[in-house]
Write a new protein. Structure first.
Ligand code: CP3
Length: 334
């Protein structure tokens, strides 16, 4: 590949009319559990935008939902947990994930999607939530601004915290393993909310478990991406987690992100998704700054700094892909 590869987090989603049509009005977890629907939604952005990768249509809470922890996804809000994780007694609610029994529909979706993607020559990226970000939903009971209960738990009961993270790590490894076995060509670990942590807390309470997930999944041979929002101060630590690529949000320019992650990792990002609501000449100027900041050396995957916003005009994203393909020169990741 001579151009910079490009895909978008949340490229399959509410900004696409064909997504809204395929998804209907039921629970997102029900759509995810229907392989024909989930594979169709996975393919939609590839057809419409010509992106260089598809990302599996699923969610980070699918494994904990599948073992019966009691997680639902509320429209417009996100994951909510009726009985949050409060103590050692709740560990029993997180039994090991058996992908073929608990979520056979995920491997079926991957198989269907990979089969259809072959005619486009486009790979499928699988994904899982990183243990910290999934734990934050289980402990807080829903989306949070402060992550106060989560931070309190890790400091006051570090042993219990470590056990919780270990169980979630095993689930992520099993979830990712099933996706890779069914044909996913790369995986992204979403530690979306890790940016709420200080570097020392990240290093002590999160990094060791993240490292284990990446090491175990790295053994399958697929490239790995580690992403979080607001992680500017964590980038040097994230670069030691063992991922091939570190995702960067829009707050740190990519030349600086490259300096912080060092030569061992490629970078992915990082156009501000909110700017995609602007007229295309502004989007184009911002996209060119991202390409320029990334430099011409290999090891840049173009993406947004976080997910596509539902209000985004799909035409803007299509034109953005064309611009990156025409002007991006970073080639494939190193
Ligand atoms: O295109 C893709 O990126 C693949 C699909 C995908 C979804 N969720 C589908 C989805 C991916 C990669 C995820 C991961 C995910 N889920 C993350 C990590 C990524 C990130 O945004 O940082 C997180 C934190 C979640 C939890 C979650 N699920 C949230 C915060 C929400 C949004 C709530 C809302 O309605 O605004 C969801 C629901 C969800 N997952 C939607 C989609 C397309 C939107 C709801 C819908 O269509 O009903």
């Amino acid at each position: 590949m001579t151009h910079t590869p490009v895909w978008f987090m949340r490229q399959a989603g509410r900004s696409l009319p064909e997504y809204r049509a395929a998804r209907g009005s039921g629970s997102i977890l029900a759509s995810i559990a229907q392989p024909d629907v989930a594979a169709e939604i996975t393919l939609q952005p590839v057809r419409r935008y010509g992106v260089d990768a598809a990302i599996l249509f699923s969610d980070i809470v699918v494994p904990v939902h599948a073992v019966g922890f009691g997680v639902e996804v509320e429209p417009g809000r996100g994951p909510v947990v009726a009985q949050p994780f409060r103590g050692a007694g709740d560990l029993a609610r997180l039994r090991p994930l058996e992908p073929e029994v608990d979520l056979p529909y995920v491997a079926e979706t991957v198989t269907l999607a990979v089969g259809e993607l072959a005619s486009f020559g486009v790979p499928l990226i699988g994904f899982a939530g990183a243990p910290f970000t999934v734990a934050s939903y289980l402990v807080e009971g829903g989306p949070s601004r402060t992550f106060a209960r989560t931070k309190s738990l890790m400091h006051t009961e570090p042993g219990l915290w470590a056990e919780l993270l270990d169980r979630l790590a095993d689930m992520s490894v099993a979830f990712l393993g099933a996706q890779v076995a069914a044909g996913a060509a790369a995986v992204q670990l979403f530690d979306s909310w890790a940016g709420c942590l200080s570097p020392s807390d990240y290093e002590r309470f999160v990094l060791p478990t993240t490292r284990r997930v990446l090491a175990e999944i790295g053994r399958t041979g697929v490239p790995t991406i580690l992403f979080g929002v607001g992680t500017g101060e964590l980038l040097p630590l994230m670069a030691t987690a063992g991922a091939d690529v570190v995702g960067v949000d829009w707050r740190v320019p990519l030349h600086e992100a490259r300096r912080r992650v060092g030569p061992g990792c490629a970078v992915q990002g990082n156009l501000d998704p909110a700017l995609c609501l602007a007229p295309f000449d502004l989007v184009a100027a911002e996209a060119r700054s991202v390409l320029e900041a990334a430099g011409a050396e290999p090891g840049h995957v173009f993406n947004l700094g976080h997910g596509v916003l539902p209000e985004t005009d799909p035409g803007i994203l299509g034109a953005l892909v064309d611009l990156v393909h025409t002007e991006g020169r970073a080639g494939v990741s190193r």
